[in-house]
Design a protein around this ligand. Structure first.
Ligand code: SF4
Length: 343
């Protein structure tokens, strides 16, 4: 069965995939580096991907049939191929799940996502996919319909065509295209934007290795030290927590124990060059500096989620932070945790 599914998957893939210049709307919102690998060193689909592929069509038909039967809307088409041309050489091609002939007097696209948990907000990559279709077909309204197949619960979100999305879609697609044409992998987007879960499920995790710290040998003993700096881009003197002399003493002590010291830094955008300059001029002998992605709101979760993933490549000998809750969670993967007193 798996062989047969793999053959069907391959046939579909060859129809509209792996051609530089022609991309997939369902992928364009996900990590650009992952999409690059999909082109240059594609992996066969995982059993989960094959199952999703095989059940996807059935779900679209089932939902379309349910909508027809409701008598409230008229289904026009299911799995309709569409292309959004961004230039003479670059386009996005995919299949719209369902088109309603009329709902409130309009033609409407329905994009169906089966999910194990209904989201509170539509996922960004799903909105990007739907916006691509709305622009390709010049329609105003789409619906993202999430269906939890275990519980039968549904959630739907209205998505209106928006030119700002078209701009983002274009920028991302051209960026991917440019990297593919020069055969240079884009930056580790999911990692740098804190979408670590995307890396967890990425088939290229081993090649990309986002949770390896540059220049630090795998298996090394790490000390992770949480620091923060207050002050905006224009601030000449950020205020550090702990203060910079305490950071220096701590780092010296940890290095004397043979640890590689990684600073986990939380600060406002634009401050990184100033912080690095301050740390260097103060003689803080740290080994690496990882900063919280702007896209993440929770500093606490960031430190724990990153630390946990670093522990798959390194021994986390110590985790030092001023937040008890961080230390409680870090105790699951760090040998020793230490509370830093406020300065
Ligand atoms: S491992 Fe993460 S950063 Fe790397 S390609 Fe995959 S999703 Fe992107």
């Amino acid at each position: 069965m798996r062989d047969g599914l793999a053959k069907s998957w391959k046939r579909e893939s060859l129809d509209h995939w792996r051609k530089v210049g022609q991309y997939y709307p369902s992928g364009i919102g996900s990590c650009l580096r992952k999409q690059f690998y999909d082109f240059v060193s594609p992996k066969p689909p995982t059993p989960e991907e094959l199952a999703l592929f095989a059940t996807g069509k059935g779900i679209h038909e089932t939902v379309a049939e349910a909508l027809r039967k409701s008598g409230l809307v008229k289904v026009d088409q299911v799995e309709m191929p569409v292309t959004l041309n961004l230039s003479s050489e670059v386009s996005l091609s995919g299949r719209v799940d369902i088109i309603l002939a009329e709902m409130s007097g309009k033609r409407v696209i329905v994009e169906v996502k089966s999910s194990s948990r209904l989201p509170d907000q539509p996922h960004e990559n799903h909105t990007m996919q739907l916006q691509t279709y709305l622009h390709a077909l010049n329609l105003e309204l789409g619906l993202l319909l999430y269906w939890d197949k275990r519980t039968g619960q549904l959630a739907s979100f209205r998505v209106e065509r928006d030119a700002s999305w078209l701009k983002r879609i274009g920028e991302r697609t051209f960026m991917l295209d440019a990297h593919l044409r020069v055969k240079k992998a884009p930056f580790r987007e999911a990692f740098f934007t804190g979408k670590y879960w995307e890396c967890d499920y990425c088939p290229y995790l081993a090649e990309c290795d986002p949770f390896a710290v540059q220049g630090v040998t795998r298996g090394s003993k790490l000390a992770l030290v949480g620091i923060s700096a207050q002050g905006g881009e224009a601030s000449p003197n950020p205020v550090y927590q702990p203060d910079i002399n305490s950071i220096k003493r701590l780092v010296y002590g940890l290095k004397a124990e043979g640890d590689v010291v990684i600073l986990l830094a939380d600060f406002l955008p634009g401050l990184e060059p100033k912080i690095v300059e301050n740390l260097k001029s103060s003689g803080v002998p740290y080994d690496a500096f990882l900063s919280k992605p702007m896209e993440l709101d929770s500093v606490r979760l960031w430190k724990v989620e990153l630390g946990r993933r670093l522990s798959t490549n390194y021994q986390i000998a110590s985790f030092l932070d001023s937040d008890e809750a961080v230390l409680d969670m870090a105790a699951k993967f760090a040998r020793r945790v230490q509370k830093l007193a406020p300065s």
